[in-house]
Design a protein around this ligand. Structure first.
Ligand code: ZN
Length: 276
């Protein structure tokens, strides 16, 4: 049943959700569907370049929720870690240019390196960027990733770990992105979301659902309402923690990317109204 409190006013779509579309197609089709906000994945900036992309977005009237993504701070050598910092500096500049108030961080991990060491490198890496982030008026959101990605994508796998890093850095321009796909299984989720809100660190909320059985670790996310994630309950926790921002639909799925993308957009708008 549709949630009577829901409408499209807080709906944001990640461009990766409609991966076959270029940025201009995303802009045209999202606005035609009455979707007010967009999260831009950096790959879609390549076609037009950052400046022209920024102009297209500005003229569309779409609200930019965030830029995805920065991160990947850990590295076996100082050279690797510095390279990553440079890429994150570019991400901050791109976000400022397109009017995104936030860069989402997939924090990174190095196979074989202890997770604790990677978390220290992540904390150092984010810490090195905070002055520049503040100067650009762009916040950095640590997104905890499901532990199936702990080997090579992120050593931050729970809200607790993300809260710990954000609180260690304790800065106006760092916080946490809650993504139900990565976090729904965690028994401490409700209390850690509350903790995040109390510290003013809850910056973003991503939704999708869990496909059973998962056929691919990266590209088999499910549409809201078709999986086992308690999305409405997690939304309630996030809102009780004070979050009033956009609700971002982020679905990587080979299955849904193969559909006619306008049909897919219709399905996900309906799913948002009924299951979020
Ligand atoms: Zn996410």
């Amino acid at each position: 049943m549709a949630n009577p409190l829901n409408d499209l006013s807080r709906l944001c779509i990640h461009t990766i959700t409609t991966k076959p579309w270029s940025l201009d197609q995303c802009i045209d089709n999202y606005t035609a569907a009455g979707i007010p906000a967009i999260t831009v994945w950096r790959d879609v900036l390549q076609k037009h370049g950052v400046k022209e992309s920024a102009r297209l977005i500005r003229e569309s009237g779409l609200r930019v929720t965030s830029l995805c993504r920065g991160g990947f701070f850990p590295g076996a050598t100082a050279e690797d870690r510095n390279k990553s910092l440079d890429d994150n500096r570019r991400a901050i500049e791109e976000a400022a240019e397109i009017g995104a108030p936030l860069v989402v961080l997939v924090c990174g991990a190095v196979p074989g390196q202890p997770l604790e060491k990677s978390r220290d490198q992540i904390t150092d890496g984010i810490g090195a960027l905070l002055d520049e982030a503040e100067a650009a008026n762009v916040k950095l959101a640590i997104e905890p990733l499901h532990p199936m990605y702990a080997d090579d994508r992120s050593a931050i796998n729970t809200m607790k770990q993300a809260n710990d890093v954000a609180e260690r850095l304790s800065h106006s321009h760092v916080g946490v992105a809650v993504d139900v796909y990565h976090l729904w299984w965690d028994e401490a989720l409700e209390s850690e979301i509350a903790r995040c809100g109390e510290n003013g660190n809850l910056l973003a909320f991503h939704v999708c659902d869990w496909h059973t059985p998962t056929r691919h670790l990266l590209t088999d996310r499910e549409l809201m309402g078709r999986g086992c994630i308690n999305i409405k309950e997690i939304r309630r926790w996030v809102e009780q923690a004070g979050f009033t921002g956009d609700i971002e639909v982020e679905i990587f799925s080979e299955e849904y990317w193969a559909l006619d993308q306008n049909e897919w957009l219709k399905q996900l708008t309906e799913a948002y109204l009924n299951h979020v």
